[in-house]
Design a protein around this ligand. Sequence first.
Ligand SMILES: NC(=O)C1=CN([C@@H]2O[C@H](COP(=O)(O)OP(=O)(O)OC[C@H]3O[C@@H](n4cnc5c(N)ncnc54)[C@H](OP(=O)(O)O)[C@@H]3O)[C@@H](O)[C@H]2O)C=CC1
Ligand SMILES: N[C@@H](CC=O)C(=O)O
Length: 781
Amino acid sequence: MTKNIHKFGGSSLSSAQRYKSVAGIILEHTQPGDCVVVSAAGKTTDTLVKLWQSYQQQDTHVIADILLQLNNHQIDLIEQLLQANTKRNALKILNEELSTITLLAQTGQLQEAQLLAHGELWSARVLAAYLQELNVDACVHDARALFTLNDGQLLHEQNTQQCANLIAHNKINVVTGFIAANTAGDTVTLGRNGSDYSATLLANYCHAKQVCIWTDTQGVFSTDPRKVSKAIKYAKVCRGQANLLARLGNPVLHAKTLSPLKNTDIKLSVRSSFDVQASSTDIVKEGSAKQKRFITTLQNIDLLIVENLSEGDIAHVSQLIQHSLHHFSQNGETYLVVPAISTHQVISYFEGRANINESSLHGCAVIAPEQDISKLDLLAINLLNSHAIEPRFAHQDSGYILLLTDQVIDSDILSILHDKLINKGQEIALIVAGLGNVGEVFIEQLSTQVERLSDDFSIKLVGLVRSQKMLFNPNGIGVSQWKTQFQLEASDYQNQTLLNAIDELDYEHKVIVDITASEKFSRLYPDFVEMDCHLISANKYAGTAPTNWYKALRTSISERNLHWRYNTSVGAGLPINFALADLQHSGDKITRIEGVFSGTLSWLCSKYDGSIIFSDLVLEAQKMGFTEPDPREDLSGRDMQRKLLILARELGVELNLEDISLSALMPDELAQGSWDDFLSKKSQLDSFIQEHAKRAKAKNSVLRYTGLLEIAENEVIAKVGIAYVLQSDVLASLTPGDNIFVINSKWYSDNALVIQGPGAGKEVTAAGVHSDLYWLVQNLR
Ligand SMILES: NC(=O)C1=CN([C@@H]2O[C@H](COP(=O)(O)OP(=O)(O)OC[C@H]3O[C@@H](n4cnc5c(N)ncnc54)[C@H](OP(=O)(O)O)[C@@H]3O)[C@@H](O)[C@H]2O)C=CC1
Ligand SMILES: N[C@@H](CC=O)C(=O)O
């Protein structure tokens, strides 16, 4: 049974390397019986159109050039992808076909559609042959045997039967997009971007479950992400809004692509074939997702008034000019928005029923939930006016506003409109992992913050995660009753359950707040990022992961325009990462950071005077919520080593944990075994500390645990360890629990910049996590 239809466009097949990537996707994402619809490789259709025009103009030089170009491109693909007999065979067929084209042209028998069809035929054949070489049982279908039209109308019943007869249930069916046949057996095309339409038609005829359009963008965005960096990628868009978008300037989907899905349950996804890990946008049935806000731009259009416009006219004209069309009524007139380049063709089609009302227009369309439209209309006009743009024509309808102007809406204006119209009132889903010392306080402080930020965003807590249990509610968990709700409703925690729940969320923004100390949880970050989640970490594991993993994560975050905040991973609530980033952005160069970066070790060393045994102080620090879940992470120096690595990476220094030398504040032996084992041997820790305190005293010094990062031209010194500091030193009089960062830089060379304050504690840390959340929300605006 055919379950899924996958469609790959020209850009996904533009080179041999791209074919290999597509084959990789097919291997991973398809099963026997699925169909793979392909467009012509790269710009092949454009080249074939030029060839057709050159034949019309009988321009022999250009014809020869184009034929050579097509031949070389195909030979290149065949040579790189196929082997032995398959290759020889493919080259022979290509040669024969190009000769036939020449012969047909010379005898005046060449037809345009028949010529254009070669693009899809070539890609389908090369892809299927390449898949076969990879041992995939693939077959090729020429869609002219599957889709028949009579007088421009698809013969649905006949086509369903043809698909049932020909589509193989035990193979991967590679199908040519874009082309069909008429009842006389001649080739016809389904119009520009017809391959998407082929895919949804095939899904309808084969009763498929899902169509996946693999393209060069990651999905459907609130606006063009190439023009507006804060464009929001939506996880779900309803078909009605997708249809409007297609008609009002968004090129990702075309209105006719959606038509075969009407009255079906077939799911449509838009995914990137260039970034396979990225999440998709799903186009779903009305009511299955909330209505979103979009802004699209229109350029070089004319506005026609048409008499007695029918749906049939729209279908015919769209086919004629190969463009999705939008029409609407206002004050008793019916308007049609057409690309200026096609106005002449459209007017002739209507034979006196259409007149130009306004010409040479540009503008924008805002699509939004019905109830927001009037408010947004006013706001949009005011914003345009404030930039000296007076709409020449305005139309407000259910679910959208159309503002047509003399000026082009450029990226700058579009960004402003997007910020003020689209990026307001958006919903942010918050998933908090780690409900320990810091996590609990973070949630207690949450309701005030949610209220404070509510002007711009509606923040909803949707997930709470502990090591063994999780609570997830896409509609929101009551912040004031979270504990009771967690006790009563939490289910067993599993990574996949959590990931599935996040993937299903229909929110504009998703934020994972990691307040665990779990390495295992941090390993899920790449999955979160693939689902377009922003990250806030108090957890230090991801920030100190091996360089390759860390860099890949960073790249993936920046490619998706996401944010990762982790200020509390060093210095708890102190603004150390902010300060370093700020200095660097302002042109400073940091050369040295020295100090005490552990609240726990600061507290322990400052408190210890021999009157209370050291291990009892450790237990007290643990009780106060200062220490890591296992305080040996602190005593081993490992936690401070992590902080130093985070600081180093913040400054662009490429280090791994092993590059930071470390001496522990406990005997190595105590690092092994369980916490109970440690407690049974804690006297060893006490003797160890006693001994160091004695040695320090002998030098008129006190025992401290310090870190140093020194960045010279050719050398980086990075170390954490025990230090004996003179009584007169600033580190000797540090308030217990305080961190101190002494920073030297180009600007702070002789007189260092000092940041000092509490470096651990649940309240300050939770407040620091809120500061990261606040920063993030400000940057989503
Ligand atoms: N305490 C402080 O002063 C500061 C802490 N931090 C950092 O904040 C983080 C939390 O510290 P703290 O609150 O003190 O730690 P706690 O040990 O009190 O809390 C840790 C929480 O994480 C949960 N958890 C553990 N493993 C997983 C997992 N695999 N998946 C999901 N949840 C998990 C635990 O679940 P369960 O409840 O089931 O055990 C617990 O709720 C740490 O990374 C720490 O380094 C940063 C700055 C200062
Ligand atoms: N154990 C840590 C807590 C914060 O990271 C410390 O004491 O600094």
